[in-house]
Design a protein around this ligand. Structure first.
Ligand SMILES: CC(C)(COP(=O)(O)OP(=O)(O)OC[C@H]1O[C@@H](n2cnc3c(N)ncnc32)[C@H](O)[C@@H]1OP(=O)(O)O)[C@@H](O)C(=O)NCCC(=O)NCCS
Length: 163
């Protein structure tokens, strides 16, 4: 399953994306709101986990212009406060921040999530992750509540659509 936006193709992650993923996972700035950076081995395991979530899961975001890998974005099943939720997740290479690409990809996944019949989509965000909060707001999400997950306090941003 491939989604297309003005500047991006959003396609399933492939083994050839590992180098790009590792550029994100080994960057302490990109990973500052995660427990730690990831090794190549951990990145390879992550890639397999994402592929196993098909037809959802984080997908590669590549530029239509030249096929360059810019990051990952997609829909990730999560359990939050005992409830099954579908999260829009996004992680981009630092070189591609500040261009509106994360929001462009996230909006495509929002529309796709609703087209699957989901009535609510969320993003789980560290309160200090202002760029991520801005993406959630551009997608049309608002702060729903706070929760504790993965041993930390997280904001649950959400958007709902009537069935
Ligand atoms: C979260 C993350 C994806 C946000 O990336 P981003 O590039 O800031 O987000 P966007 O793609 O929405 O880009 C928005 C910025 O691009 C600018 N921009 C430039 N050209 C633009 C365009 N054509 N369209 C829209 N925005 C544009 C906007 O002004 C905005 O800048 P501002 O926030 O300073 O006002 C990025 O910081 C990241 O990958 N972080 C590491 C992983 C992470 O924390 N993920 C979230 C976990 S919850």
């Amino acid at each position: 399953m491939v989604l297309e936006t003005a500047r991006l193709l959003l396609r399933p992650l492939e083994a050839r994306d590992l180098d790009g993923l590792i550029q994100i996972f080994s960057d302490p700035v990109a990973m500052r709101h995660y427990p730690s950076t990831k090794t190549r081995e951990e990145g390879a395991a992550w890639l397999l986990w994402c592929q196993g979530l098909a037809p959802v899961g984080l997908h590669a975001a590549v530029l239509k212009a030249d096929g360059a890998f810019v990051g990952q974005c997609g829909l990730v099943p999560q359990t939050v406060d005992g409830k099954d939720e579908l999260e829009i997740g996004y992680l981009l290479l630092q070189a591609h921040w500040g261009k509106g690409l994360a929001s462009e990809a996230a909006m495509a996944w929002r529309d796709h999530g609703f087209s699957l019949g989901r009535t609510r989509l969320i993003s789980l965000i560290d309160p200090a992750n202002t760029p991520s909060i801005r993406v959630a707001e551009r997608v049309g999400m608002t702060l729903d509540h706070e929760t504790a997950k993965w041993g930390k306090r997280l904001l649950v941003y959400a958007i709902a659509q009537e069935p």
